[in-house]
Design a protein around this ligand. Structure first.
Ligand SMILES: N[C@@H](CCC(=O)N[C@@H](CS)C(=O)NCC(=O)O)C(=O)O
Length: 202
């Protein structure tokens, strides 16, 4: 099999869960980190004119969550029954529900909107997420074993840690989520990847 190519901008945003899955599996891949704005040649190649976009000998896929599913399934992290796969998917679709409002609120002219996001929108969702994690035993979101759900939610929590303006304060009062972030981030493949990944704004 030739080395897969993963097209995304030089940022984390919608691209990072797949990079974490590559890191977890020790998979070699071409991480293009394309220039922004997107070049026409790339736009024409991708199914919907968007990145992320993944290509290997078998498939060409767009849509971040579809690419994540493909990588996670190959690693045995996408669930082994229909119920488990659906439970995992409910967590992996969740981050986009926060990224949308965050990017709408982000910007120097938008301090009030950003404050509302950090003190109301995000904590409302974190309250639910923390309760679900506690109910599941505190260590893993689905069936007491590492899955794509854990990696996706880790990355969401990590996004809050990385963003400027002390966005991480939105996680104050959520000790179980903070411990979970630490625990998943301590998996050796992630330690290595997180220590060495390019530092980017998003
Ligand atoms: N639902 C898609 C959204 C993809 C998307 O909007 N990607 C942005 C970059 S984050 C994009 O390609 N925008 C087109 C452009 O920049 O021209 C996914 O999750 O992959």
């Amino acid at each position: 099999m030739t080395i897969p190519t993963y097209n995304y901008f030089d940022g984390r945003s919608r691209g990072e869960v797949s990079r974490l899955l590559f890191a977890y599996g020790g998979t070699k891949y071409v991480d293009t980190r394309d220039p922004f704005p997107m070049q026409d040649a790339l736009r024409e190649k991708t199914p919907f004119g968007q990145v992320p976009y993944y290509v290997d000998d078998e498939v060409q896929i767009a849509q971040s969550v579809a690419i994540e599913f493909y990588l996670a399934d190959k690693l045995g992290l996408a669930g082994s029954t229909t119920a488990e796969r659906a439970q995992i998917l409910q967590y992996t679709l969740l981050p986009n529900d926060l990224y949308g409002p965050y990017f709408q609120a982000f910007g120097p002219q938008n301090q009030e909107a950003l404050k509302k996001f950090a003190t109301e929108t995000a904590p409302r969702l974190f309250t639910k997420l923390e309760a679900l994690l506690v109910k599941a035993g505190g260590k893993h979101l689905v069936n007491n074993k590492l899955s794509w759900a854990d990696i996706s939610i880790f990355n969401l929590l990590d996004f809050f840690h990385q963003q400027p303006g002390n966005l991480v304060e939105a996680l104050n009062g959520f000790p179980v989520l903070l411990a979970f972030h630490k625990q998943i981030g301590s998996i050796p493949q992630f330690v290595e990847y997180l220590n060495n990944r390019p530092k980017t704004m998003f």
